[in-house]
Design a protein around this ligand. Structure first.
Ligand SMILES: Nc1nc2c(ncn2[C@@H]2O[C@H](COP(=O)(O)OP(=O)(O)OP(=O)(O)O)[C@@H](O)[C@H]2O)c(=O)[nH]1
Ligand SMILES: [Mg+2]
Length: 421
């Protein structure tokens, strides 16, 4: 089965919580703080592999969550880091942020990787907060929680050469005689329902050929299988444009050629500009003189010399392989899909907003979220630490500038307190 577009949920691991613990042993009744830090959560990493050429493995599995970091523990033990989750995708997979539609990565090269989400950092254990003034901090920090995101994976097959033409002109048959591929072949249109890839070897070199479903007039308006599969030849450097010169299906070979080119142009300008070799398929159905006449007429009209082919009699096959190799050797690689400058996994640690409602000041923003996590205010020492840090971060000064005075209420996430000078 073939699948070339899926939406999945991904989430990096949360950071483990820092530990709250005090050294205790036979010698010490109550010792210093010894709570270790939490471990980092696992990352979400995509990896391109040439062992797959469909996204079918994502048909049923849609959730990919990396392991969480473990909590720290006593005796200064740091929690274990969560394992990274490596998601394998076929080469040519484009990763799109489902929320904004922006392309965040294009994995073309085999084994290339992209870290989509970073695991949350672990929280500090209470040992971390020990200082000359605060010998026994009775609080620790929660690990950083990560957000679940949705991404769309879209496969745009990577091949050097694409086979394009009307249905039933012999594209899959050509692929079967030039490569290791074994596509379905039959004497009716739309035998091929999804792209086939084959590796061609010639003169000790190899190239990859993609065979896609046939196009018909009006494909851009959704006729036949439409334009859907053209994305799989978007990246090819050379198109082998197959025309049924025997006109077995009752169409005219020249208008076939023009129709297909018009459909390519309707899909994209880029695709219309891709260099082509024109192949006169099923040439065995014509006498030599009929074939020559059609070749000449074609050449006069379009100034292109077509290459005759009979896959069945294996005539013209070697010439096509050699010509393809020769063309490819001078054609540059296509650049990858434009990846937009966009920080998909940006963690906001700086924003700060103050809103005033009557005598209540509401403080929000990324700077606060990160700081407030894990402040347990039941503990007076924690609260003192929290207020000190608010001073140090300049938040108290900012509140005063906005008119904070004795008796006003300050709200910071779940924490609410009355201001006393
Ligand atoms: N006489 C002759 N028949 C051929 C040749 N190549 C293919 N055929 C026949 O043409 C028919 C269609 O071949 P396919 O290779 O399935 O054609 P296709 O272009 O892949 O068709 P779709 O997948 O439907 O787009 C089959 O019956 C083949 O046997 C050829 O060189 N000569
Ligand atoms: Mg086919």
């Amino acid at each position: 089965m073939f699948l070339d577009r899926v939406k999945i949920k991904i989430k990096a691991g949360d950071g483990g919580d820092g530990a709250l613990s005090f050294l205790r042993n036979a010698m010490t009744m109550k010792g210093g703080p010894d709570g270790g830090d939490g471990g980092k959560g696992g990352d979400i990493i995509f990896k391109a592999t040439q062992n797959q050429n469909t996204l079918y493995s994502f048909r049923f599995k849609k959730k990919f969550f990396a392991e969480n970091g473990q909590a720290g523990s006593r005796q200064l033990k740091t929690g274990a880091s969560g394992k990274d989750l490596i998601i394998e995708v076929p080469c040519g997979t484009v990763i799109i942020d489902a929320e904004t539609g922006k392309v965040i990565a294009d994995l073309t090269e085999n084994n290339s990787t992209f870290t989509a989400l970073k695991g949350g950092s672990g929280g500090h254990g209470n040992a971390y907060y020990k200082s000359s003034i605060k010998q026994a901090p009775a609080f620790s920090q929660e690990g950083m929680k990560t957000k679940e995101r949705e991404v769309i994976l879209e496969l745009k097959t990577i091949a050097d050469v694409g086979l394009v033409g009307f249905p039933n002109v012999g594209k899959s048959t050509l692929l079967s005689v030039i490569s290791n591929a074994n596509p379905k072949i039959a004497n009716y249109p739309f035998t091929t329902l999804y792209p086939n890839l084959g590796v061609v070897e010639v003169k000790g070199q190899t190239f990859v050929v993609a065979d896609i479903p046939g196009l018909i007039e009006g494909a851009s308006e959704g006729q036949g299988l439409g334009h859907y599969f053209l994305k799989h030849v978007e990246r090819v450097r050379l198109i082998l444009h197959l025309v049924d010169v025997s006109e077995a299906d009752g169409r005219d070979y020249m208008s076939d050629y023009e129709t297909i080119n018009a459909e390519l142009a309707k899909y994209s300008e880029e695709l219309a500009k891709t260099p082509q070799l024109v192949i006169f398929s099923k040439s065995d159905e014509l006498s030599e003189s009929e074939l020559e006449k059609k070749m000449q007429a074609f050449e006069e009209k379009y100034h292109i010399r077509p290459m005759p082919l009979s896959s069945i009699l294996h005539e013209g096959v070697e010439e096509i392989k050699l010509k393809t190799l020769e063309k490819l050797s001078v054609l540059p690689k296509k650049p990858p899909v434009q990846v937009e400058e966009f920080d998909f996994d940006k963690v906001d640690l700086v924003s700060l907003n103050i809103e005033k409602e009557g005598n209540t000041f509401i403080v929000t923003g990324g700077k606060i979220d990160n700081f407030v996590r894990g402040v347990f205010l039941d503990d007076p020492r924690s609260f003192a630490y929290f207020q000190n840090r608010l001073q140090e971060m300049g938040i108290i000064d900012m509140l005063k500038e906005r008119g904070l005075k004795e008796g006003d209420i300050v709200k910071i996430k779940d924490i609410e307190f009355e201001w006393v000078e």
